[in-house]
Design a protein around this ligand. Structure first.
Ligand SMILES: [Zn+2]
Length: 698
């Protein structure tokens, strides 16, 4: 194939999402999540953990204004710095100081980014006016130098950049920049973009390889990918150089975080692994294993993939590929959740994927989606898109209730509510979604992803249009100056029927690249035989072509249709979805001997509300799992929170709970009762009250 494989997401303004599944989420993000989050950022949600986010900006702006008016240097009130969280004793006792998590600024930026995407698909002058107000507040808080972080502006400017490892200044900058680019693209207003550029210029003067510059880098990554976006929208090379500097400098010796934090170099702790939490234990090109805080890790890898694409850096891309393989072959839940331990919100050792103490932060699954999309931009390969789809439909969507009003930070694969309430080892696992969090990284992250879903579904370059996710939408694009309309219709995730319509007012030559989802191969391991899906092409003249496998050009899981397109051509695909029983690698001790139910891209689970309590007693016997025993399971449609979805009923057995009261007794062959088990899509669990849940079944 001579086609150019590097591609980029389309502008959201080129895409109108028309998809019965995703449109609802986009609408939910617009109608529920964005307004709700604005209230939360302003501390106006009753019974929810306060944010203090807007308040911090107001205080910083006031301090900044007074400083400018009086022309004197701001004298900070000395508050203890580096406290992770500060809360007022009561609302009446609130003082002119910073409250909340020290990265609270980022919540406003993530909200602004979500608003930008929302405005691109649905103009809303009222919302835009609120966003403009918020941007004015951000502008008022920014120092003349360009520096902007309310924690330090309020607390002590003499200590900026003195704790890069922990204090998230560069993280907040990253989110500011992502929001700034998005808002500019949505509205053509450049106020926020100028704020981000001024801060970026300040950072460019402060950090770098050059003599006299600080050799630090972010403790929490995100600035790397943000700087690439800023470079791509402004064309300013220095932003790309700064992003590349942050990537290259990471993990170089002497360790910057050692110089900054000499206390960490304790006798006996001189090994490199102390910096693994921040992915700073080795230069990034030498990192082979995903380690440390999982959100930071995938944000870094996403930034590396961005730099690799822009600079055509093959060795950096190879490093990304190694890390990708390590995550997806050893450290990822079946739901696409990553970061299996709550200790440091981190990746654990290979194959350590406990179901009930899982961390699997919503943001980490979102970060994996970011990483996957960037790998696809470098090189279309359905492995990346399969994982992106797995994470989106399962580990990401489970983070939000179906009404868009409550959220999971942690996404377990097994829940016993009593354990969450009483077992300290599981206190991090909440049995029901929460309204808001003191550390509210996940809800606004979800909002910005759901409102920009189109940029994950399709990418393009000068001669190829890629469909990575079958999300319905209408896309306008140009190939060699010719306008092309592409319409995608899709039954995902409930059925695999897809139609792609290409409309060209004038004949146009380009390649349409369509992903073949990995799940169609679940039961067909012999790839040399017929592909297990069907494809037909309906031409303008009514001629229907059924394309056989032998005629298809398939590379790395993408079907390439290279041709001259006339008038209107409809491509119909059917990717058969069936109930699949999935086992994990036998090294995953936690799920040995167990199966999980999947259908197409969806992971299913059992809930107490349908199946009663003591879910640990039920099992799927061999007869249920046999391919030919279709009578053993059936599909039915039902509604949760007004959303229609497919449940699966499977004949299973239960051990029953009729053992006598002794804790231990001599073994007797158990008597199994037949039971009908009802499996619900994992993303939709816990929308009908608190109760037990399990993905893995004996
Ligand atoms: Zn989060």
């Amino acid at each position: 194939m001579g086609t150019n494989k590097v591609s980029k997401p389309l502008a959201l303004s080129q895409i109108t999402i028309k998809d019965s599944f995703w449109q609802k989420y986009e609408k939910l993000a617009r109608k529920e999540v964005i307004p709700y989050q604005w209230e939360a950022l302003n501390d106006r949600v009753k019974d929810a953990a306060p944010s203090f986010c807007i308040r911090n900006f107001q205080v910083a702006a006031r301090i900044n204004r007074e400083k400018k008016e009086k022309g004197e240097l701001f004298k900070p009130t000395v508050w203890p710095l580096d406290t992770f969280e500060t809360l007022p004793r009561s609302p009446e006792q609130m003082e002119e100081r910073f409250y909340g998590m020290l990265f609270q600024d980022s919540d406003l930026y993530k909200w602004l980014e979500a608003v930008s995407y929302s405005l691109m698909s649905q103009p809303d002058p009222e919302l835009e006016a609120i966003a403009d107000e918020a941007i004015l507040l951000v502008k008022a808080a920014q120092l003349e130098s360009g520096y902007l972080n309310t924690y330090y502006i309020i607390n002590d400017l003499s200590r900026i950049f003195t704790n890069l490892r922990d204090n998230h200044e560069l993280y907040c900058f990253g989110h500011l920049t992502e929001a700034a680019v998005a808002y500019y693209q949505a509205t053509q207003k450049d106020d926020l973009l100028k704020i981000a550029m001024r801060f970026a210029d300040y950072l460019d003067g402060y950090f770098g390889h050059e003599a006299g510059k600080c050799k630090g880098y972010p403790g929490h990554e995100v600035a790397e990918m943000a700087l690439v976006r800023l470079y791509e929208v402004t064309g300013e090379e220095r932003y790309l150089r700064l992003g590349a500097y942050f990537i290259e400098q990471r993990g170089q010796r002497p360790y910057y975080f050692d110089m900054e934090h000499p206390e960490v170099v304790k006798p006996g702790l001189e090994n490199d692994i102390r910096h693994a939490y921040h992915q700073a234990h080795l230069p990034v090109r030498e990192q082979k294993e995903a380690l440390g805080h999982s959100v930071r890790a995938v944000y870094l890898y996403a930034g590396m993939a961005d730099i690799a694409r822009v600079t055509a850096d093959e060795t950096l891309l190879a490093a990304c590929e190694d890390l990708w393989k390590n995550i997806t072959e050893q450290k990822m839940y079946i739901t696409g959740g990553i970061g299996s331990t709550h200790m440091g919100e981190a990746f654990s050792y290979p194959y350590d994927l406990p179901a009930d103490t899982a961390y699997a932060e919503t943001c980490a699954a979102i970060g994996l989606v970011f990483f996957a999309r960037r790998m696809l931009e470098n090189r279309p390969d359905s492995r990346y898109a399969d994982v992106m789809e797995r994470a989106l439909f399962n580990g990401v969507l489970s983070g939000m209730s179906l009404d868009g009003k409550s959220f999971f930070y942690v996404n377990p694969l097994e829940v016993l509510p009593e354990a969450c309430h009483r077992d300290e080892r599981k206190f991090h696992v909440k049995p029901t979604r929460q309204k808001w969090f003191g550390c509210a990284c996940c809800p606004p992250n979800l909002a910005r992803l759901l409102t920009s879903i189109g940029s994950y579904a399709y990418t393009a370059n000068a001669d190829t249009f890629f469909v990575h996710l079958y999300i319905g939408g209408e896309i306008k694009n140009e190939f060699a100056g010719q306008e092309v309309d592409i319409k995608v219709e899709s039954g995902f995730p409930w059925n695999g029927e897809v139609a792609v319509t290409v409309k060209t007012p004038k004949p146009s030559s380009f390649t349409l690249a369509l992903r073949i989802p990995g799940f169609v191969f679940n039961k067909h391991t012999d790839l040399s035989s017929e592909y297990p899906f069907s494809l037909s092409i309906l031409e303008t003249d009514g001629k229907m072509d059924r394309i056989t496998s032998a005629q298809m050009i398939i590379e790395d899981g993408y079907l390439y249709l290279e041709r001259e397109w006339h008038d209107e051509v409809v491509i119909k695909l059917n990717f058969p979805m069936q109930t699949d029983f999935i086992v994990s690698n036998r090294r995953v001790r936690e799920s040995i001997g167990k199966v999980a139910v999947m259908r197409g891209p969806l992971v299913y689970c059992l809930e107490e509300v349908d199946n009663g309590s003591d879910l640990h007693l039920v099992s799927l016997p061999l007869s249920s799992l046999r391919e030919e025993s279709e009578d053993q399971h059936s599909l039915f449609s039902t509604y949760i929170c007004g959303q229609e979805m497919t449940f699966i009923r499977i004949m299973g057995t239960s051990l029953g709970n009729d053992m006598n009261k002794q804790l231990y007794q001599r073994y007797k062959p158990p008597i199994h009762e037949n039971v009908t088990l009802t499996f619900v899509p994992y993303f939709a669990w816990n929308n009908r009250g608190e109760g037990e849940m399990t993905v893995w079944c004996s």
